[in-house]
Design a binder for this molecule. Structure first.
Ligand SMILES: Cc1cc2nc3c(=O)[nH]c(=O)nc-3n(C[C@H](O)[C@H](O)[C@H](O)COP(=O)(O)O)c2cc1C
Length: 200
């Protein structure tokens, strides 16, 4: 079994280590996480997103601010992300608060994306009902014709969020005795982390 977590480590470093180990184990899209948000009327929603962990203290993802998740976050910035790597019998839950990234960070991500992706993002108003798929293809072609060879501009309605954790829970299966390992790091008011163990 791969090494479990170190009590006095920074949990974001442990998350990065587990992401690397998932990649080494051949997990496809190891950085895919499922993010749960709650709407203004208390309805939960969850969806997969690609996580970036280059910041030391937060997880970043990029999306449409006008999407259902964006509206949820406008009303309630609390969220939980789950990484699941079943081949390793591992899960990480990250609970925290979402804030928008700066425009500079969103611009930096936008220019790193292929032009084809940028055009698709412009053409598809995420999670809106559309007549059919052909309408999206036509909208993308029209935008491409209008832009010509120019740069594709990032819409203000597309950008990043940072999930700043209050807690990170690491779960490792133990098939030999079914006493699975669960470790939780909780952020203290002074910003440091407390470490605890939970029953499975
Ligand atoms: C593996 C995977 C990765 C995804 N990554 C993203 C992403 O990074 N950003 C995004 O907006 N949607 C991503 N999606 C699509 C979302 O799951 C979701 O359909 C979309 O964001 C609309 O969600 P909403 O209606 O809850 O706002 C991804 C889907 C999958 C299956």
């Amino acid at each position: 079994m791969p090494e479990f977590v170190t009590p006095d480590a920074d949990p974001m470093d442990e998350l990065r280590r587990w992401l690397n180990e998932a990649a080494e184990a051949g997990v496809s899209n190891p950085a895919a996480m499922v993010l749960a948000t709650v709407s203004a009327d208390g309805t939960p929603s969850a969806r997969a997103l690609m996580a970036g962990t280059r910041d030391q203290d937060s997880i970043t993802f990029f999306t449409h601010y006008t999407s259902p998740k964006g509206k949820d976050i406008d009303h309630n910035p609390n969220a939980e992300a789950v990484f699941l790597w079943t081949v390793l019998e591992r899960q990480v839950r990250v609970r925290g608060t979402l804030t928008k990234t700066t425009a500079e960070v969103s611009d930096g991500y936008w220019v790193s994306r292929p032009r084809n992706t940028q055009l698709a993002i412009l053409a598809a108003p995420q999670s809106s009902d559309v007549p059919d798929h052909a309408a999206l293809i036509a909208a993308k072609a029209e935008i491409e014709a209008n832009i010509g060879d120019g740069d594709v501009p990032r819409p203000d309605t597309y950008g990043g969020y940072r999930l700043t954790p209050d807690s990170l829970e690491f779960w490792q299966g133990r098939p030999e005795d079914r006493l699975h390992l669960r470790a939780i790091y909780r952020r203290d008011t002074d910003g440091s982390w407390s470490f605890g163990v939970m029953a499975p």
